[in-house]
Design a protein around this ligand. Sequence first.
Ligand code: NAD
Ligand code: TYD
Length: 337
Amino acid sequence: MRNLFVTGGAGFIGSAFIRLALEEFSDCRIVNFDALTYAGNLDNLSGIDESRHRFWRGDITDPDAVLAALEAETDAIINFAAESHVDRSIASAHEFLRTNVLGTQVLLDAARERGVHRFVHISTDEVTGSLPEDEEAFFDESSPFAPNSPYAASKAAAEHLVRAAHHTFGLNTVITRCGNNYGPRQFPEKFLPLMLANAMRDEAIPVYGDGRNVRDWIYVDDHCRAILQVMERGRTGETYNIGARNERRNIDVAQSVLKILGKPPSLIKFVKDRLGHDRRYAIDPTKIETELGWRPRETWESGIEKTIRWYAENAEWVESARSGAYREYYARQYGTI
Ligand code: NAD
Ligand code: TYD
């Protein structure tokens, strides 16, 4: 698996994956196919070995563009490209269906047409819905689908299409389902980077509802290392949960980040809850641990420290991400808090 076709490689996780794959495998070559939506940023790839990376601007819903970029000797397609933010899907689901559902089918068809050896589809724990907060329940790979947001529903639909391509056509597929990623270069619409960017500038941190919703956090490079292992050694047709056994309530995350930054808890502002807000995500990663021997390398403390350092040292990246259309989005989403 050394000739890779990565979609969404200018986004948060896709760019971390490209960095890691180029570092881990000296013979790895990557075509990075990305539409550069508001979430895509070529600066996310600064410093990588350009001789082994080719950027191709294109939309995964466009079959001609995908086939033009997809070389016949491609070992694997790794599909990160997606509309990824739940709040935006609540405001309007259209782009989520277009990219996440239709785009995935276009890629599956192209994989078959070009004889691509393996199709790695990046999914989310959100396809299995919400867990009760006070029970010892976890998502495993056989948990029933129960998507609650338009984002989660579009990712669930994509998984069904991947499954169908495996079952019907024998395409060599693997699916990964991960929880909430954090780390450098995450677009500041998501909770953690939004919080960091705001707190570093002494601006309020919006916490939805009562702040007791639980998310299962993983450092982005740990997620990417797991994807590499699934790509190389995962069993065909299988799904692998990826999680670092790191459940935290949003309010606790906010408080601990403010403490590390030396900022007052008064920056926290409870705001109107997200519609349909999932209460708790918690991943059982036993399968990937036992079958592939994967383990996260970062603890929450070490991962958060690296993340905070990156945002502190990259104020320019943050300012650029927060300019333009982001300001309009922020005003629509939060009003004046
Ligand atoms: P992101 O929003 O940061 O990046 C998405 C990338 O996809 C961007 O570079 C964007 O330009 C590109 N893209 C969007 N629409 C496209 C299209 N039609 N054609 C080509 N490229 C397009 O997302 P992310 O956080 O890096 O997430 C990557 C993947 O991981 C997604 O599939 C997401 O569902 C999944 N995932 C994310 C998380 C998380 O915590 N961020 C957790 C689990 C799973
Ligand atoms: P988010 O980063 O949007 O990821 P997801 O919805 O995919 O889990 O949100 C993480 C958690 O933080 C989620 O419970 C919603 C909450 N949240 C806030 O409290 N305030 C915010 O401004 C945002 C964006 C999220």
